[in-house]
Design a protein around this ligand. Structure first.
Ligand code: ADP
Ligand code: MG
Length: 212
């Protein structure tokens, strides 16, 4: 069997069909290295360049772990900017196309609170957003992370550069300790190692230089 084939993973057939329909013929290198670990429930630090398909690596992982019957926030993806959060939200919706009952919300700063309060009240399985605004919602009681299964720090190096460390720590403190934490980054400075030690358990490192 082709080790880069998505069918070499234990994925449900609607997900496999959807990946084929998206034109994802086989896994990119970072996906091939990280997905088996992610699907096994490990905490993973994945380092790979921009454009290497990191979103689908954590996206397939978190969607596979969702309990569709529980309408609570089960996955949280933290991104450094609104633009990146919007991109991740879009890609997650494409990956979730095989099932129509997965609700994915994007919650970022720089826009009014009101509509976000309404959306969060309606409920969601997955929330993607920027740390500052998400922390505001946590403190107001409009975001409940007590049922979280998967936490993703996307572009973690940029989030740390932008000074989000304390906001991230406060959000992490509101999640169950029994969760999967995935850390994605284009670079791997010392500060990432420290963040990993603070939020992950026995993290497995995966580093890939080629993009496709
Ligand atoms: P990164 O987060 O590493 O910068 P993205 O997740 O944004 O990269 O993915 C880059 C592009 O590659 C996106 O357009 C995405 O749809 C596409 N892509 C992801 N996985 C695959 C795959 N297995 N096959 C083909 N294209 C893919
Ligand atoms: Mg990315």
């Amino acid at each position: 069997m082709n080790p880069k084939a998505f069918s070499s993973l234990h994925l449900k057939s609607p997900m496999l069909k959807n990946l084929a329909s998206l034109g994802y013929a086989e896994m990119t290198p970072i996906q091939a290295h990280s997905l088996p670990l992610i699907l096994a429930g490990k905490d993973v630090i994945a380092r790979a360049k921009t454009g290497s398909g990191k979103t689908a690596a954590f996206g397939i992982g978190l969607l596979t772990r969702l309990d569709g019957l529980s309408f609570r926030v089960q996955a949280l993806v933290l991104c450094p900017t609104r633009e990146l959060a919007d991109q991740v939200g879009k890609e997650l919706r494409r990956l979730a196309r095989f099932t129509d009952n997965i609700k994915i919300l994007t919650i970022c700063g720089g826009v009014p609170f009101g509509p976000q309060l309404g959306s969060l009240e309606h409920g969601a399985h997955v929330v993607v957003g920027t740390p500052g605004r998400l922390l505001d919602h946590l403190r107001r009681g409009s975001l409940d992370l007590s049922s979280l299964r998967t936490l993703v720090l996307d572009e973690a190096d940029r989030m740390l550069d932008m000074g989000f460390q304390d906001d991230i720590s406060a959000l992490v403190a509101a999640t169950p300790s029994k969760r999967q934490t995935l850390l994605f980054s284009a670079t791997y400075p010392e500060t990432i190692a420290a963040m990993s030690a603070a939020v992950q358990r026995e993290a497995v490192e995966v580093s890939v230089d080629e993009v496709h």
